[in-house]
Ligand binder design. Structure first.
Ligand code: FAD
Length: 494
């Protein structure tokens, strides 16, 4: 008989799981607390401007190709490869650095700073590439039934990579490069993982390989939300029903199985199997009341930085900027060491700026520009009061104006600010953490909250805080892993 699956959450993890399961003949129903699908991969609209709410680019595009092939559907959106990938501005430096995948072009950017750059980066990327290919299938794309199984699997990773578990990404930069700028730029990926390059293990330089060699970065034609808009009709064709403004807050169980979940209005949601796309650690604590995931226990874990996001609709075009821009400073080590715990003033922060209407002209009325600013900030554990978000946003806009020579304040026609409290309330992000649980070695693989519940045999998890990790391609892999688990438990694959 056809099994019914209820999926809680319509983030990319929930949607792609729904697509995989419904393509395999499952009856799928979804509930979502927000008013629109996509979770963090969402859209904002105001005064004729559109904004990608969160993600603005992604790597490992082949994971989307795999999803499409797995579900036997035509590609419902079009990738646009970024070239250059992004630009980087350092405070006090008039020039900016363009990061190209073409290593010869990239070398020209750094020739005045780093002697023999091309030779050095090739050597660095070769080592990172070996690590990526030696670990991707073994560690990232696998379900593990136990910690022991995970640890055993780790032993099959070639031993030559082992030392990189024990020294930092920054150390790896120092081993390969001399210039401060080069070291900073290529260690920025450490922040995506939820840590600083000074305490992220060097193994994660494999991300430099995915960024610069393996696949690059992509945007989507018409905006990132086209991913969601492309998936929704496919789900509809397969009879998947989605109920918005529906927040799950309770459950019922019998004999080691979940029988139903309940939403805040008291409505009961029944199914044979359940997949949770809400944060896998938070849900176990807040909804299932597990002591191992109590607030105290979760607070003691490492979480990625929280977002302070600013969306500007400008009354004119910006003359001289690239699509993706990082604005950095020279106090990198101090800032990295203090930002997580709110030990540094936020009047001069590091931030990322995406000129969204540059890729997608339909994001702004003709002659105007839509701009997204992301400033990674301490989560609500360390900074609970965000009544100063306007002030911080103003300082960022002023800083950006000073550094680019374009008056963003003067040209702002419309503005939205979302602080970590907003993000927490919109999607249930734990204490506002933007990317979910960090990727320290003791929080990945067999150590990360599992995609199969410890107690209830018919309860599963998908998304950023379960395996393998955060970011759009990882979440697509997560949907494959949970689908495999469900299929296996139902005796449909071995
Ligand atoms: C500002 C920002 C920028 C980012 N930029 C990038 C980027 O450029 N590239 C990239 O690859 N990644 C980026 N990320 C990370 C990426 O967005 C996430 O890793 C990914 O979208 C997570 O998807 P998910 O399905 O796991 O979770 P979510 O998108 O969070 O989806 C979970 C869903 O569950 C719903 N939910 C939660 N609790 C309940 C409940 N109790 N009842 C019902 N529904 C519930 C939520 O409302 C949400 O819709 C960014 C994240 C942020 C915040």
């Amino acid at each position: 008989m056809q099994k019914k699956v209820l999926i809680i959450g319509t983030g990319l993890g929930g949607l792609t799981t729904a697509l995989r399961l419904s393509s395999r003949g499952y009856e799928v129903e979804m509930v979502e607390k927000y008013h629109r699908a996509g979770g963090r991969l969402n859209l904002l609209e105001k005064d004729g401007f559109k904004f990608d709410l969160g993600p603005t680019f992604f790597s490992m595009s082949y994971e989307f190709q795999e999803l499409i092939k797995d579900c036997n559907i035509p590609m419902p959106f079009e990738f646009v490869e970024l070239d250059p990938l992004y630009s980087v501005h350092f405070e006090g430096d008039k020039r900016s650095y363009l990061i190209y995948k073409d290593l010869k072009k990239l070398a020209l950017e750094f020739q005045h700073l780093e002697p023999d750059f091309e030779k050095k980066i090739k050597k660095f990327l070769e080592a990172a590439g070996k690590m990526f290919h030696d670990t991707e299938d073994i560690v990232i794309k696998q379900n593990f039934d136990s910690l022991a199984q995970y640890l055993l699997k780790l032993t099959t990773v070639p031993f030559k990579h082992a030392p990189k578990m024990f020294y930092s990404m920054w150390r790896e930069m120092e081993r390969n490069f001399e210039s401060f700028e080069v070291k900073v730029i290529f260690s920025l990926v450490g922040f995506f993982l939820g840590s600083t390059p000074f305490d992220t293990p060097a193994v994660y330089t494999l991300l430099n390989y995915t960024e610069l060699v393996h696949d690059g970065y992509y945007n989507v034609k018409g905006g990132m939300y086209k991913i969601v808009e492309g998936l929704l009709p496919e789900l509809e064709k397969r009879g998947v029903k989605i109920h918005y403004n529906t927040e799950i807050n309770d459950f019922a169980e019998q004999n080691g199985r979940i029988t139903s979940f309940a939403d805040t209005s008291g409505k009961i949601w029944e199914a044979d199997q359940f997949v949770v796309n809400a944060d896998a650690a938070w849900f176990r604590g807040a909804i299932l009341k597990r002591a191992a995931f109590s607030e105290e226990k979760l607070d003691a874990k490492k979480w990625t930085l929280a977002p302070l996001t600013i969306y500007l609709g400008l009354d004119t075009k910006i003359p001289d900027m690239y699509h993706h821009n990082y604005f950095l400073r020279r106090n990198f080590r101090e800032y990295a060491g203090k930002i997580f715990k709110n030990k540094i003033k936020l009047d001069k922060p590091y931030y990322y700026v995406n000129i969204q209407s540059m890729h997608n002209p339909e994001y702004a009325p003709p002659g105007k520009e839509s701009v997204f600013i992301l400033c990674p900030v301490p989560d609500l554990r360390f900074k609970a009061d965000w009544s100063d978000d306007d002030e911080i946003a103003d300082a960022i806009i002023q800083d950006m104006s000073d550094r680019t020579g374009f008056d963003f304040h003067k040209h702002t026609e419309t503005k939205i600010i979302l602080n970590p409290e907003h993000w927490k309330n919109m999607f249930g992000l734990y204490k506002g953490s933007g990317l979910g649980l960090a990727h320290d070695l003791n929080q990945v693989g067999g150590f990360r909250p599992k995609n199969k519940d410890e107690k209830f045999g018919n309860l599963y998890y998908v998304g950023a805080s379960t395996v393998p990790g955060t970011g759009l391609p990882m979440v697509v892999i997560s949907s494959r892993l949970v689908t495999e688990r469900i299929q296996k438990d139902n005796g449909l694959i071995s």
